[in-house]
Ligand binder design. Structure first.
Ligand code: AMP
Ligand code: MG
Length: 407
């Protein structure tokens, strides 16, 4: 058995970020930028008012209260027209350009309108309530650099700069393939059959992770059929996830096939390891040419756990995330009840329900803790990392990989 960190390092070693492509800004959310973005123009493009009120000469308000003549109106979107002269004001709405002659804006709340005059009750300093041109971004400023993960705010900034395409690492295209003679897609079950739950689960978690999914269906336990599908998938995808057929059963063909495909393509590699974790101990991974293939265990909980520990980091590396953003980062939570276990040389990943109590994260085991019981996984929103030994006492802290928001 090898430690989890070693297994993760080995899986990631041959994986490189996907070559950058041009992506429509509308599709870029969540992607990793691969270019330097420079502001071609200032943001905001012109000095404008931060409040509704009156554009004035600040010096005119020095002896407030003062009465000024209202000589015009500027709603947002209007081009500045007439200048503000001495003793004058222009009614102005948030976002409208500050007209020439004015150097401050008086909030409407400290004024009283009287026909074509306004009484200003408080004096303002020059620049008050004015948002300068380029106050957010100056023309020529370096805005975002390679490696930036594009959040909704980044998308908004890019739109404000008239960028409708950006150079990013693309969303990985990920193939999913289930194996097993016992698996059916849907409908009534003949004796000995079960429905495929891994592939729908993996499709869902991949969609959630912002990947493109390519579905290679259910392959029977037939070496040639498994080979045919894997060979096609590695030609069409950036990563392939198979499930099942990686342990030591008589019909476990995935490793045989990966070994053969890897031997045929230069630059390939493969490795079968036992990882010192429970669940998801057996792990098969290969890269056929440049395309990583992860053979997830068949048991659905193991499959889901192995996805989190091995497949997601590969996806994040492919998607261009920096080293700090590749491996999952645990949070610390207080164990509400004890996590008892026996020493076995393995790190246990217990399915837990994480919640917030008094501003702190607490967790407790959720559902049945068996690698075939997927409803236990469904009851959980985290995986507690229970180190080898006797376990964790109630009230102690335990590290948890969050799979969703605390409940
Ligand atoms: P295997 O690794 O192929 O020996 O499968 C281990 C266990 O996981 C067996 O009980 C399989 O029936 C089950 N299993 C494998 N693949 C799936 C799947 N896609 N959906 C649900 N159960 C599966
Ligand atoms: Mg099988």
């Amino acid at each position: 058995m090898i430690p989890l960190a070693d297994a993760q390092a080995a899986v990631l070693a041959p994986v490189e970020p996907l070559p950058p492509v041009r992506v429509a800004l509308a599709d870029a959310h969540g992607l990793v930028l691969a270019e330097e973005v420079v502001a071609p123009e200032p943001v905001p493009p012109f000095a404008n008012t931060a409040v509704d009120g009156y554009a004035v000469r600040a010096s005119d308000t020095a002896s407030a209260p003062v009465r000024l003549r209202v000589v015009g109106e500027l709603p947002a979107g209007a081009a500045p027209g007439r200048a503000v002269g001495a003793g004058e004001a222009i009614r102005i709405m948030t976002g409208a350009p500050v007209p020439p002659g004015a150097d401050a804006v008086v909030m409407v709340e400290v004024t009283d309108a009287h026909g074509d005059e306004v009484v200003v009750h408080e004096s303002v300093a020059p620049g008050a309530n004015v948002r300068d041109a380029g106050g957010d971004l100056e023309a020529g400023a370096r805005v975002f650099g390679p490696g930036t993960v594009l959040t909704p705010a980044h998308v908004g900034v890019l739109a404000s700069l008239d960028r409708h395409e950006v150079v990013c690492h693309p969303r990985p295209r990920v193939g999913v393939l289930s194996t097993g003679d016992e698996l059916v897609e849907r409908g009534p079950l003949a004796p000995g059959k079960i429905r495929d739950s891994n592939r729908p689960m993996l499709r869902a978690v991949l969609a959630e992770a912002g990947c493109e999914v390519a579905d290679y269906g259910i392959a029977p336990d037939d070496e040639h059929e498994i080979e045919r599908r894997i060979a096609r998938a590695v030609d069409e995808c950036d990563l392939l996830l198979t499930s099942g057929a990686v342990s030591v059963g008589d019909y476990d063909y995935v490793k045989v096939v990966l070994e053969r495909l890897a031997a045929r393509r230069p630059g390939s590699g493969h490795r079968w390891v036992q990882v010192a974790i429970k669940p998801a101990k057996p792990l098969a991974f290969a890269h056929v040419g440049r395309v990583p293939v992860i053979g997830l265990p068949g048991n659905p909980v193991s499959s889901r756990v192995a996805f989190e520990l091995f497949a997601r980091p590969v996806l994040r590396r492919l998607a261009g995330h920096g080293d700090a953003g590749v491996l999952p980062v645990p949070v610390r939570a207080v164990a509400r009840s004890g996590f008892r276990r026996r020493p076995d040389g393995k790190l246990h990943l217990d399915r837990v329900r994480v919640s917030v109590e008094g501003g702190r994260l607490v967790c407790e085991r959720a559902g049945v803790q068996a690698s075939n019981v997927l409803s236990g996984m469904a009851a959980a929103n985290g995986l507690a990392l229970v180190p080898d030994g006797e376990g964790v006492d109630a009230g102690d802290e335990v590290e948890v990989l969050l799979l969703g928001p605390p409940a």
